[in-house]
Design a protein around this ligand. Structure first.
Ligand SMILES: CC(C)(COP(=O)(O)OP(=O)(O)OC[C@H]1O[C@@H](n2cnc3c(N)ncnc32)[C@H](O)[C@@H]1OP(=O)(O)O)[C@@H](O)C(=O)NCCC(=O)NCCS
Length: 179
């Protein structure tokens, strides 16, 4: 039996559930978080290749580092979240953006899935050899801050990000792979 909550690499087997995840965001006019959720869906095999290429550092836009996208899957069939793990930090990501971005399907929020997707993505970060990761969120994003704190995040600093016109909190999660 499939475990209730798994983190998987994007797969054609979950195409329609992933499409409905994105459709919920579009319906609600929400931003695409993490950024690969905004990738063109028309040609699904091409999307899967683009995501796989991104993980291998192939065809990335200028200034991007290799990054791996994961889907959070409930009961083996329902995509309920997406995360993106940056393999390294650039000066820009060090300031805001961090190693990991994540989002939960709107209709599935408030069930601790946000906490779960970050927990599972931290395991992938540890498997990649990272010992500590930076996770950032808008200061006004209380739910995301609680997700980070719930995963052992320690607030390092708050910076004002001109382009966003907002304060961003920077948290470090240390000691990966030690539990
Ligand atoms: C942020 C986000 C991932 C949280 O996902 P979620 O599954 O709803 O979060 P959880 O259910 O794990 O809740 C985590 C904590 O936040 C609290 N919380 C949830 N929604 C909240 C809200 N709207 N306001 C305040 N606190 C909230 C929960 O009570 C919980 O607190 P606890 O750990 O003390 O029990 C989700 O709201 C989302 O996808 N937002 C849009 C994308 C985004 O902002 N991503 C983060 C970018 S940094």
């Amino acid at each position: 039996m499939a475990s209730p909550l798994e983190l998987v690499r994007p797969t054609s087997a979950l195409e329609w559930s992933y499409r409905s995840h994105v459709a919920e965001l579009v319906e609600r006019g929400e931003p695409f978080i993490p950024f690969p959720v905004g990738f063109e869906l028309g040609d699904f095999p091409a999307l899967l290749k683009k995501l796989d290429d991104g993980s291998r550092g192939i065809g990335l836009p200028e200034g991007f580092v290799p990054n791996t996208t994961y889907w959070l899957v409930r009961n083996g069939s329902e995509v309920v979240g997406v995360s993106n793990l940056r393999h390294a930090l650039t000066p820009k990501l060090l300031r805001e953006g961090g190693h990991i971005g994540y989002g939960i399907r709107p209709s599935a929020r408030g069930q601790h899935l946000g906490t779960g997707i970050l927990r599972l993505t931290l395991k992938e970060a540890a498997a990649l050899g990272l010992k500590e990761v930076l996770v950032t969120c808008d200061k006004s994003n209380t739910a995301s801050a609680r997700v980070i704190l719930g995963n052992g995040g320690v607030l390092d600093s708050e910076v004002f990000v001109e382009e966003r016109g907002a304060f961003v909190q920077r948290y470090w999660i240390r000691g990966l792979g030690q539990t």
